[in-house]
Design a protein around this ligand. Structure first.
Ligand SMILES: Cc1ncc(COP(=O)(O)O)c(C=O)c1O
Length: 434
């Protein structure tokens, strides 16, 4: 068990000046640890403890913490100026490299967060189609704004926050994911009303559930049939599950897509990517996409340098191999302690929980039927043993995870399982993150 005395003191200071002592609600339920440094696959807290990090900033640190080439590029570029509200060449460099990596997009715009890029994609789809509604999938996440923050409560789409009113989500037609018949039915039923089908091409926010074979292709064909825009929200999958994201890995092209997280190696930046005929609506000014900070030097430099780093030969295979080996180890060690974990997903991003049922995990309902609460409590025990993982079950793997990180993970995970089985955590009240 780690000593976190200094962190505990800082919690008291933090809660006095920030709601919940944090700056994003997803962190409300995290163990009370304050970090001061991240390096490769490791984070170091203010008490001098180290952690093998599988949170990775909730995904951005795909190259590991503080990757030298990206850090140098950003510091060099920002030494000359940070924001111009004017054009600068690095924007072109970043755009060309992203377009090359994606392979299917003609143009991009830089933004600051996945949340706002999702809104830009929806607006663009509505402008292009003259339609208002969109398909939203149970368990998917597209940012925290009013029209897309949707929870399923008693099987019904409901607002995800107080202060949000039911009519704000009334443009969303909510259906289960990975069910081509449900999608076909919704599109048929709301003929000529649906601007967009908005999806995480791998359902990563709740679970890490890949599409069923043929599902993305079916979605593509149905969108074509109904002249509906297919939007991939690749904020997690982009540049992670392949250099060209899910579009490359599953061989299906969206019309528009949104990227964040890994695209800038942790620097704040997002990308809206699309086909030229759609992005043209922004070019002629008829669709507004704006932002004081969009395309700033830091963001453009981070994206360009990240794109260069992602061309390293064998990078994706190496990360997948590590992730598969990690999954196998977690399964084996947890089972040996009599607390077998359910694991599903890909090598670079997978999901763990305690198994509440024997079904194949295909959608949000299957994930929610798992014992997520017990797992969330277990993550606090893992943190106390130097493993930093999200409470909602997802694990992210980076390019920096190596043999040393693996060996430490195995030892620490083994110790965490032993403690969890002997002491239990039933009295620990941990809110399930979303
Ligand atoms: C799939 C997906 N879309 C959108 C978002 C929102 O991105 P951001 O937190 O950068 O606003 C997230 C964040 O986790 C996400 O996972």
């Amino acid at each position: 068990m780690l000593n976190t005395t200094r962190s505990q003191q800082l919690v008291t200071e933090a809660v006095a000046v920030m709601p919940g002592g944090v700056n994003s609600n997803v962190r409300l339920s995290q163990p009370a640890v304050f970090f001061e440094r991240g390096e490769g696959a490791w984070m170091h807290d203010v008490d001098g403890n180290d952690y093998v990090d599988y949170m990775l900033g909730q995904g951005p640190n795909f190259l590991g913490h503080s990757p030298a080439s990206v850090m140098d590029a950003v510091f060099d570029a920002c030494g000359k100026g940070v924001i111009y509200s004017g054009r600068h060449p690095l924007e072109i460099d970043a755009a060309k490299k992203v377009i090359e990596a994606l392979g299917w997009a003609d143009m991009i715009r830089l933004g600051m967060s996945g949340t706002e890029a999702d809104q830009a994609a929806l607006r663009l789809a509505r402008a292009a189609t003259g339609r208002r509604k969109f398909i939203y999938f149970e368990g998917h996440y597209h940012g925290w704004l009013d029209n897309v923050l949707i929870d399923m409560i008693d099987g019904k789409p409901s607002v995800g926050s107080l202060g949000q009113y039911a009519d704000y989500i009334s443009d969303a037609i909510v259906i289960p994911w990975n069910d081509a018949a449900a999608l076909e039915q919704a599109l048929d039923q709301h003929k000529d009303e649906i601007a967009a089908v908005l999806m995480e091409p791998v359902m990563c926010n709740e679970g890490a559930v890949p599409p069923q074979p043929g599902y993305l292709k079916a979605a593509r064909q149905l969108c074509d049939k109904h002249a509906t825009i297919l939007i991939f929200d690749e904020v997690i999958t982009g540049f992670r599950i392949a250099r060209g994201g899910a579009a490359e890995r599953f061989g299906v092209e969206p019309d528009l897509a949104v990227y964040g997280k890994a695209v800038g190696s942790g620097w704040p930046v997002s990308v809206l990517a699309g086909k030229r005929h759609l992005m043209q609506h922004i070019a002629d000014g008829s669709v507004t996409h704006a932002g004081t900070l969009n395309g700033n030097v830091m963001a453009a430099a981070a994206v360009a340098a990240t794109m260069d780093a992602l061309t390293e030969s064998g990078l994706y295979a190496r990360i997948e191999t590590y992730g598969e080996k990690l999954k196998a180890m977690l399964a084996e060690v947890s089972a040996a302690h009599g607390m077998p974990l359910r694991l599903h997903g890909l090598g670079s991003v997978f999901h763990t929980a305690f198994g509440g049922h024997a079904n194949e995990i295909r959608d949000g309902r299957d994930v929610n039927a798992l014992d997520l609460g017990r797992y969330a409590r277990f993550t606090h025990v893992m943190a106390a043993h130097g493993l930093w993982v999200p409470g909602r079950g997802i694990w992210f793997v980076s390019a920096a995870h190596d043999d040393k990180a693996f060996t430490a993970t195995r030892e620490r995970f083994d110790a965490a399982c032993a403690q969890f089985m002997s002491a239990g955590t039933a009295d620990l009240n941990v809110r399930i993150e979303r």
